[in-house]
Design a binder for this molecule. Sequence first.
Ligand code: PDD
Length: 284
Amino acid sequence: MRSAYVNGRYLPGARATVHIEDRGYQFSDGVYEVCEVRDSHIIDGQRHMARLRRSLAELRIPMPMSDRALGIVMRECLLRNRVRDGIIYLQITRGVARRDHAFPAPDTKPSLVVTARSLDRAANERIAVEGVAVVTVPDNRWERVDIKSISLLPNVLAKQAAREQGAKEAWFVDSSGHVTEGSSSNAWIVTIDGKVVTRPADRGILRGITRAVLLEVIKAQGLSLEERAFTPQEAYKSREAFLTSASQVVVPVVRIDGRAVGNGAPGLVATALRAKFHEHAGRS
Ligand code: PDD
């Protein structure tokens, strides 16, 4: 990383550090956002900012600067890191204070870090053409996964479990036996009779921005949609499966827990939705 914005300054990656008493470091007391960057445009920036504001409000952390100023910092990070295709990462924590679990003094300034990095678009395209494997794991997260909190230990452990089984993603399964979402993506299936199914945006999942835009693409394509929970057993027998996230957009899932989905190749619906996505996404 060439440059990162840390609390008012642009620093070279190696010197971009936070205070050891930052509440993000001490307690994971903060939130984050990841936006896709494509052809030097920020994708769905407005929606990501709205979700960021909501996450902050839920945790009663003030927004450290205006949307306009934040937009300028994001743009500057892209330029300084020469990112044309990649991601912007934004993190806001409750700030630096002597370690005490309860909130610090109200005048404590929230910390803001912004970084940007390039992704290999061609490599991501190849992954989408091949499809990925997922494994299921018990969902042992807290109930407020609708907040995009930096507290991601269960997600880290789930992703690592997936990697150790040769899979790209882990799908969390709740105590009633239904898939909630991936460790860093939302989960979808296409039933044998062609219905696209994804869990409703209740508190069991993060309201993915990619998910929200894809719902519009699905409507525009005249596909039939069911917002309901599904089980791994239903997913094993489905025609297609896929996942969505800002960094990967739409990625076909070809194996779940070692079983081939459909004919074991990326499905037509997922592939078409991936191709159409950016016609519907916002860009700034
Ligand atoms: N992850 N669910 C979880 C748990 C996530 O962490 C993410 C995003 C999503 C998809 O949301 P969106 O479409 O807004 O990216 C769903 C980001 C990319 C990350 O952690 O890197």
